[in-house]
Design a protein around this ligand. Structure first.
Ligand code: THU
Length: 163
């Protein structure tokens, strides 16, 4: 028997100005998108902005529904849209930001499990990391180098014998 360690590192940033201008723009777009989210039921507002390798930025926000499970998270709205509009174009970075109804989201959002899985599909497919920039309503930002870091022991097309 042996214990295995799966290391995980993220970068914590205390101030937006520590980011590159490109990353700052993505964060600010993700915040704008959170402001426009359609989330009347949870009143939890999430925005996402995906930078593609061709320079395009595809945005998304969570879209809720009176039939609750019919809604979709911001991250998936953004990456599904990016892949639909620009099939095969690699995704470089995704910025995700969230705010809650009490404006007390004082730490960066941690994407839900289903979104991690959906994001990983694209990272796996493109064989290049997608960087995540996570924020909430405080200045604190987490940078995660790749989606795989958020989903160790992941289930991918590899297991299906597809790749
Ligand atoms: N939500 C997201 O958009 N992204 C996440 O990573 C977590 C949750 C949305 C789904 C739902 O509209 C609301 O936040 C509350 O769960």
């Amino acid at each position: 028997m042996k214990k295995l360690n799966i290391p995980f590192q993220l970068t914590e940033i205390e101030n937006l100005t520590e980011l590159t201008a490109e990353d700052q723009q993505l964060v600010s777009l993700s915040k704008e998108m959170a402001d426009q989210a359609y989330a009347p039921y949870s009143e939890f507002f999430v925005g996402a902005a995906v930078l593609l390798e061709n320079g395009k930025i595809i945005k998304g926000s969570n879209q809720e529904n009176a039939a609750y499970p019919s809604g979709l998270c911001a991250e998936r709205v953004a990456v599904f849209s990016a892949s639909a509009l620009y099939p095969g174009i690699k995704m470089k970075t995704i910025a995700i930001s969230a705010k809650n109804r009490h404006n007390t989201m004082n730490r960066p959002i941690s994407p839900c499990g289903a979104c991690r899985q959906a994001l990983l599909e694209y990272e796996f497919r493109q064989k290049e990391p997608v960087k995540l920039i996570l924020s909430g309503q405080s200045e604190k930002i987490y940078i995660v180098n790749k989606v795989q870091d958020l989903l160790p022991l992941s289930f991918t097309a590899d297991e299906l014998g597809r790749l």
